[in-house]
Design a protein around this ligand. Sequence first.
Ligand SMILES: Cc1cc2nc3c(=O)[nH]c(=O)nc-3n(C[C@H](O)[C@H](O)[C@H](O)COP(=O)(O)OP(=O)(O)OC[C@H]3O[C@@H](n4cnc5c(N)ncnc54)[C@H](O)[C@@H]3O)c2cc1C
Length: 396
Amino acid sequence: MVHRMDVLISGAGIAGPTLAYWLAHNGFRPTVVERAQGLRSSGSPVDVRGPAVTVADRMGLISQLQDAGTATQVLTFRNAHDREVGRVNMGALRRAAGSREVEIPRGDLATILYEAASDDAEFLFDDTITSLTQEGDGVEVTFDRAAPRRFDLVVGADGLHSTTRRLAFGPESSFVRHMGVYIATVSLGGAAESDTEMLMFNTPGSAVAIHPSRGAALAAFMFRAGEIPSFDYRDVAQHRRLLEERFAGAGWRLPALLARVREADDLYFDAVSQVRLPAWSAGRVTLLGDAAACVSLFGDGSSLAMAGAFTLASALASTADVETALRRYEAEHRKVTGPKQRNVSQCAALLIPATRAGLATRNAATRLWPLAAAAQWTGRKLSATPKANASTSAHA
Ligand SMILES: Cc1cc2nc3c(=O)[nH]c(=O)nc-3n(C[C@H](O)[C@H](O)[C@H](O)COP(=O)(O)OP(=O)(O)OC[C@H]3O[C@@H](n4cnc5c(N)ncnc54)[C@H](O)[C@@H]3O)c2cc1C
């Protein structure tokens, strides 16, 4: 009798539902466990570009993504008096890179991917893996709420602070590198003045941006800092305090934005980090997306998550030998994530110059840059495309 492989995916963000879709497409039986009670729409805008466009196209999702995309065309740099001191024409950059690239709120992207996968995959919301025990050719899994089950393969697509990674590979501190920047975002509770213009105000070593998103504007706060002792990405009171300390008195629109930080219930705050592991698989447990190789928010994480999911599903479909498939996936996808991880300091230099001289140079450069140089400097070009072919025969 043919055994269709049962695959457990932890995390219904970007990578998880994309993988569930392609696994089901290739004859596997995917189950996705997601800690949140449901999916939230909107959120920080992310880009679907390069190889992710190809993946979305093969899923028949391009027009849906374009309909849900933001209308942002320009990023203008402002001084304390709100006067424009530099600008990047993001619309032109996007068009130069390929007309089908789209910027979309992260939650909307996750929802579209979930809807594409939900008919053919089982989703368990409001739950989490609590233990993984490898036994023979499978993994015994216990959950917080669901009954224990056995799977042929477990995929950790549960993000930067992956539980799967902790259980199968060890503590987060061994793999997560602080990149010297912290970021916070908060929704502004309404639309921005313009839905095509993103604003940014800098002081040396910090940046505050207002993004119109899709009618639900949000503010982002970024600042350079070494590791903050006792920092906890779940401690909202600590986050509010840190933002006050760093931004109170900075001028521009900060008084109103900090008032919003004090009252909003969706403040997000974390260290900008990269994940680096010597190997992405341990027996029948493997990692995907940010859990495996977070490139930080400056590096196309969403696009890489979608591309990696496609590559993993293709590798699993190409051979009945799981170990070989996992080796192929890692060898292929590392070619894409490695260069992206090396780009981060350039993007930080553009968005958060550390000195007054650096700021002046950046602002002047944005007025003079030829388009190609701008594209290169922001690390916007993704040259790789998914090579594996997910339409290969179903795994038996
Ligand atoms: C503020 C910010 C701005 C960003 N901007 C950009 C950008 O402009 N462009 C870009 O390409 N990328 C951007 N990124 C990065 C991008 O969001 C991530 O790289 C991408 O979402 C990674 O996808 P993922 O599926 O691996 O992880 P995630 O999208 O983080 O999804 C992980 C999922 O796992 C769930 N989960 C966590 N723990 C558990 C558990 N124990 N059990 C079950 N489920 C769990 C989470 O709830 C979540 O749904 C940004 C990130 C942030 C934070």
